[in-house]
Design a binder for this molecule. Structure first.
Ligand code: HEM
Length: 449
């Protein structure tokens, strides 16, 4: 197997690992997510055999064809393919339960609860998740047409959901902010860190079969061929209330500049991507678009959050060095790879009336630990404020706000408190998946149980 030498002491089998987790996508791009249900086991295995031929390995992903396909399975999908019970039981408990069963823990309640989710998200019908991304609409259409043909030839596999998505060249998503900047580097991936203050993560934090930050091998599904070089994937369709967000800020700001500042305080970055930690008073689009500088910062010199509030979304999601003095939390155990995309048209600039159109983000997480990475960050850092000394405050941008939600902006001479935050993000559904290695795809296709 061809491998790329690690920067330190690990060698990742990049030609066995699917490209999706480790490599950035082209920008701009268009894409499609497909969810399939396996009704007939033989057809399901034939589908996996064909997908194995076109799934892209991480090796050469930088130079390879610009259309990439990543495939992942839910617990029920692995079951439908006939994976033996001993093996199914070896997967992480959260994966076995599925996202809908974890809704109470994750804060997906009320209008974000599974009862209100878009069908068939969160149901046992979701078996296979496929992401196809391309720089080019024609190429994407060709792959989609290929998938349609496979589908026609395999009547025992049903296409049950499709969501088109895209990333703008600016990298901005529906609220207007550039996204996808704060990512950890991974040892052995051959990719350099964008934040020179953060050592690359041990490979086992993202890819199964390698030591993680604790020095141990993370629990890995058995048999070895199924678990090794795989990764857990979370996808969530998150509807964004852009008009409500814009009018909330407009009502609380005297000028457009103040509106932009309050928006930036909520996120921790200006819309351009420029971090408040580096440019606290004004946006700096050049900084925002400079990959050598836009992730090179910490919060250690801003413990009280005068530059970037402790409650800002990106600071909650990755407190960087802000918790170093506490000694009880190791931020490196709660990092994640994010591969989000936009869906629905952008609300034109300046519009503050709701046009009723569905728009938002398909949030995608990749990592080796569903519980201590995705679920920890969502529950302890985004939904809760205990760790920043504000137990009643949740994430101002993505929190499930209720009547009295507030957000504190530290400033001199007195802090500002934004009150009555409505929910700006509603969960439309999602699922916990497992993206196996290429050899595991072959193994799944050849199962004979
Ligand atoms: C609609 C929902 C969401 C929106 C609009 C959103 C938006 C953003 C934006 C604008 C940034 C700053 C740009 C960047 O650093 O890449 C960011 C960073 C981040 N978000 Fe979100 N996000 C959402 C949901 C989530 C969720 C559910 C999680 C995790 C459970 C999450 C985790 C992160 C992380 C880890 C970072 C990087 C922080 C850093 O390294 O500095 N986000 N998000």
């Amino acid at each position: 197997m061809r491998s790329v030498a690690a920067s330190t002491d690990v060698t990742l089998q990049l030609d066995d690992i699917q490209a999706g987790a480790l490599f950035e996508r082209p920008s701009p791009y268009v894409g499609t997510y497909l969810l399939l249900r396996i009704e007939d086991r033989a057809d399901g295995r034939e589908l996996v055999r064909r997908l194995h031929r076109i799934a892209q390995p991480a090796a050469g992903a930088d130079t390879a064809d610009e259309t990439s396909l990543t495939v992942a399975f839910t617990y029920h999908g692995l079951e439908a393919l006939g994976v033996p019970t001993t093996s199914l039981d070896s997967f992480a408990p959260e994966f076995r339960e599925g996202m809908a069963a974890r809704a109470g823990v994750l804060g997906d309640v009320g209008e974000s609860g599974p009862d209100c989710w878009e069908k068939p998200l969160g149901s046992t019908d979701v078996h296979v998740a496929i992401a196809v991304l391309s720089r080019d609409e024609a190429k994407l259409a060709a792959v989609a047409e290929g998938a349609r043909k496979v589908h026609a030839e395999l009547p025992g596999v049903e296409l049950i959901w499709r969501q088109d998505c895209y990333q703008l060249g600016t990298g901005r998503t529906s609220f207007g902010f550039k996204d996808g900047i704060g990512q950890p580097a991974v040892e052995g991936s051959g990719r350099l860190p964008t934040n020179p203050r953060e050592r690359p993560l041990k490979a086992g934090e993202i890819i199964l079969g390698y030591p993680d930050e604790t020095g141990e091998l993370p629990p890995m599904p058995t048999p070895d061929v199924l678990g090794r070089n795989g990764t857990y994937v979370v996808f969530r369709k998150l509807h964004t209330r852009v008009a409500a967000y814009r009018s909330y800020l407009r009502d609380r700001a005297a000028t457009r500049a103040e509106e932009n500042l309050l928006g930036a305080k909520m996120v921790g970055r200006w819309q351009s991507g420029a971090p408040l930690a580096v440019s606290p008073d004004t946006d700096d689009p050049e900084l925002g678009s400079d990959p050598r500088r836009n992730n090179d910062f910490g919060f250690g010199d801003d413990p009280r959050g005068f530059k970037c509030p402790a409650g800002a979304h990106a600071r909650r999601a990755n407190p960087r060095d802000a918790l170093d003095h506490e000694g009880s939390v190791d931020v490196r155990l709660h990092r994640m790879i994010r591969r989000g995309t936009s869906y629905g048209p952008m609300l034109p600039d300046g519009v503050i009336e709701d046009d009723g159109v569905d728009r938002g983000i398909i949030f995608v997480f990749a990592g080796a630990h569903l519980k201590r990475q995705f679920e920890f960050v969502k529950t302890q850092w985004l939904n809760d404020g205990i760790f920043i000394g504000a137990p009643l405050e949740s994430d101002p941008l993505v929190g499930a706000h209720h009547d009295s939600s507030s957000f504190t902006v530290p400033q001199r001479p007195i802090r500002r408190r934004l009150q009555d935050l409505p929910p700006f993000v509603v969960t439309r559904g999602g699922e916990y998946c497992f993206a196996p290695s290429l050899s595991a795809l072959r193994w799944l296709a050849e199962l004979d149980t």
